[in-house]
Design a protein. Structure first.
Lengths: 266, 493
């Protein structure tokens, strides 16, 4: 039964049974800005006191979104934590994203899912953290399917009535009804620099004669060809574009938004 | 009544401490007048040495007390003269200047001290400077005043008129009528609790009760002095010593023994002597909550348990001023330091101490060079921003990277030196295999040629068409120029 049909049935029986199928959830009043203008303008940010799930395939921009939020949170001097299940948190890209490590607690779990969940539980019950990111992005889906749903309910109960944002990054949908916000990311395209012209068609290459430092840039896919070269960082390798679909009333309503991430080597 | 002990032994290192300790065995109100003289209040000793019934019995009481003091002084090898008097300054003069143990009741001061020379009067007890006292003594000599009694019998008004307040104080000193409080010696504050067990403890639960008792007393002492602890030292004495014989006839300590050799039982080489285990817990903020400290100690013991049952425990706290924090409406949310410390201890027990903390990039070009330091909220607030990019916000969204630790060995096919196909499998993760549809590079990096772990690599950013996902995976691969092998460094995400 799809979600639309479910909503129609609920509308038909509301006269007799009342709003028995409505979620008895408290809407979070406070939000944490994600650090990405497109998302903050559209949705405000991530809800505090709730679980937010980001899922998508590899290279879809999950980590980029998490780093942007982490940078925004640490810039606001909030205490943050990253539970790194696969030990893949890259400090160099986090530094370039603007993350302040003085406010960051990094927990490496060495591919142990149970340790990751227990660590998250300890931090949630310890309290005082503004942003906690549980990174399960590199865990294979069969492993994620073994997660018992009681963990997510426990997390939802622990995080509510707190100002903490619990962000869960997964390759597939995991938290389901326990998440107040679910974001599905999809990699749309990547725009490549001039050094890739032996693979990229020659006509995509746009030189930047007035900016020699930008000679490695070939931001030339689709609409990006008309963009000002100076508007792009000089050492960028490529731009990756991701589409985000937001689900607030699972799984009824989705909203699309496009964001771009710049891969840079400082 | 006051007792004075004047040591006539050769002064040496620790002589004054021995005198003070001797005095503390009789009274908590002790003054160290000089390195060889202590005076202390002996009022209220009747329960120990007999009740005061009349003057004669009173004398008996103080004679017994003086005899006891002399006996204990001999036990600690202190050759001392003792005097008990109603006035501390009288007791000091008598102990110093008389040759035998003396009991001086109120009003009898001049009977015992009256014939002593005026030059033996200790002017420092009357707060008169030595130079000024010498001038006054010259005046006394002109007047023909040569003994304590001569000075004591002078008219008070005349002394005050001619010599001022200093002369009056010296006269009161000679009369034995000074009225001053003792300048008390503070007993050394001990923030150490220890306990020797009759039966060895090998389980954590009974040990926790013992630790709780010791910590409660320790924190009560800290609380009494308005202090807190910023470091705890736990010393455990176990039944058996961990000295394992190793090759070459040398001994290896139990704590550093390589336990990889599982074939040899641990108890084979254990002689039955005592061994000491020391755990030092440095606290990020001063604490004096016994429950918090108990949990931290238990986590520390659980993380690295001793190898033998425990027979003695000593806990030492490093006292510091307690934390004073000013909270405010606009200070961002932060964990409570005490709760955070417990949480960090639990996390360290769960994932290992080296896997919990605040990351820090090292100042080197070597890829993924970092260290994990201790996470602390207070230090984070005191510090300036470690990352200047975070100060003003990052206007552009930087693409994240997920690095593989260790790098994933890959089979890469090349054409004209350029990668065209990659086949790799990350640790416990999905397989990365497919045709490279786009690539950028190479970016060459190398450094540390002066070291044995020299590194050199050519990095490529590639887009791999992943048939499983039906899309492109952006990843960074590199060719190690030392080993001539390809690796997948990580994926852009």
């Amino acid at each position: 039964m799809n979600a639309v049909a479910k909503k129609e049935i609920e509308a038909q029986i509301v006269d007799r049974l009342g709003h028995v199928f409505e979620r008895n959830e408290k809407r979070p009043r406070e939000i944490l800005r994600s650090g990405i203008g497109e998302i903050d303008q559209e949705w405000g940010g991530f809800p505090r006191g709730a679980i937010t799930e980001i899922h998508g395939t590899a290279s879809c921009g999950r980590t980029s979104l998490m780093l942007a939020t982490l940078a925004a949170a640490t810039a606001g001097e909030e205490t943050c934590a990253v539970i790194d299940c696969s030990d893949t948190f890259d400090l160099s890209s986090a530094t370039r994203a603007g993350v302040n490590f003085d406010h960051l607690l990094w927990v490496r779990c060495n591919h142990n899912l149970e340790r990751a969940f227990k660590s998250t539980d300890l931090l949630l019950h310890g309290g005082g953290f503004g942003f906690i990111a549980l990174s399960l992005a590199d865990m294979p889906p069969p492993t994620l399917r073994r997660i018992v749903s009681t963990w997510w309910f426990r997390f939802r109960r622990a995080v509510e009535d707190t100002p903490t944002v619990l962000l869960v990054m997964t390759p597939t949908v995991c938290t389901r009804s326990c998440a107040a916000m679910a974001l599905e990311l999809k990699n749309e395209s990547a725009m490549w620099p001039a050094t890739a012209k032996f693979i990229t068609p020659e006509e995509y290459y746009v030189p930047a004669p007035d900016n020699p430092a930008a000679k490695h840039l070939s931001l030339v896919s689709g609409d990006e060809r008309n963009r000002e070269p100076a508007a792009v960082p000089s050492h960028a390798h490529f731009l990756a574009t991701s589409t985000i679909r937001l689900n607030r009333e699972r799984p009824v309503e989705w909203t699309n938004q496009i964001i771009r991430f710049i891969s840079s080597r400082a | 009544m006051f007792a004075c002990i004047h040591s006539r032994s050769v002064p040496g290192a620790g002589a004054s401490e021995a005198l003070v300790e001797l005095a503390f065995t009789f009274s908590p109100l002790v003054e160290l007048t000089r390195a060889d003289t202590v005076v202390f209040d002996v009022a209220g000793q009747d329960l120990l040495f007999g009740k005061v019934l009349d003057v004669h019995a009173d004398g008996d009481l103080f004679f017994r007390l003086a005899a006891t003091i002399a006996q204990r002084a001999r036990q600690v090898n202190v050759k001392a003269n003792i005097c008990i008097a109603a006035n501390p300054d009288t007791a000091i003069h008598a102990a110093r200047l008389l040759s035998q143990t003396t009991i001086i009741h109120a009003g009898d001061e001049l009977t015992h001290l009256g014939l002593l020379s005026i030059k033996q009067l200790d002017c420092s007890l009357a707060a008169v400077e030595q130079r000024q006292a010498e001038e006054i003594y010259e005046t006394f000599a002109l007047w023909g005043v040569r003994t304590f009694r001569d000075l004591a019998e002078l008219p008070l008004a005349g002394v005050a008129e001619r010599l001022g307040q200093e002369g009056v104080r010296l006269q009161q000193l000679a009369q034995g009528r000074t009225d001053r409080a003792l300048n008390l010696v503070r007993p050394p504050i001990g923030f150490e609790q220890s306990l020797e067990l009759e039966h060895a403890v090998s389980e954590l639960e009974p040990l926790s009760f013992i630790l709780s008792r010791l910590l409660n007393q320790l924190c009560a002492n800290l609380n009494e002095h308005a202090l807190a602890a910023n470091e705890l030292r736990l010393q455990l004495v176990t039944e058996k010593c961990g000295q394992w014989p190793v090759a070459g006839g040398q001994q290896q300590d139990a704590n550093t023994r390589d336990l990889s050799d599982a074939n040899q039982p641990l108890t084979d080489h254990l002689p039955l002597t005592a061994d000491h285990y020391l755990r030092i817990i440095t606290l990020p903020v001063p604490m004096r909550n016994p429950k918090t400290l108990l949990r931290l100690l238990l986590f520390e013991i659980e993380r690295e348990p001793p190898l033998a049952p425990i027979v003695a425990i000593t806990i030492t706290a490093e006292p510091v001023q307690p934390r004073a924090a000013q909270t405010g409406l606009f200070i961002p949310l932060a964990p409570e330091p005490e709760k955070l410390e417990i949480t960090l201890a639990r996390l360290a027990k769960l994932v290992g101490r080296e896997n919990v903390g605040s990351p820090e990039l090292l100042d080197t070009h070597r890829p993924d060079a970092f260290r994990v330091k201790r996470f602390s909220v207070t230090s984070a607030r005191k510090k300036s921003r470690s990352n200047p990019r975070s100060a003003g916000g990052n206007p552009q969204s930087v693409m994240g990277f997920r690095i593989f630790r260790p790098p994933c060995l890959a089979q890469v096919h090349t054409s004209k030196g350029r990668p065209i196909h990659v086949d790799a499998r990350a640790k416990l993760s999905r397989k990365l295999s497919g045709q490279i549809v786009r690539a950028a590079g190479p970016w060459r990096g190398s450094s540390d040629w002066w070291r044995t772990d020299v590194w050199a690599r050519d990095e490529w950013d590639v887009a791999v068409f992943d048939a499983q996902q039906g899309g492109e995976v952006l990843c960074r691969i590199y060719r190690d120029l030392i080993s001539e092998q390809w690796f997948v460094a990580g994926i852009y995400d």
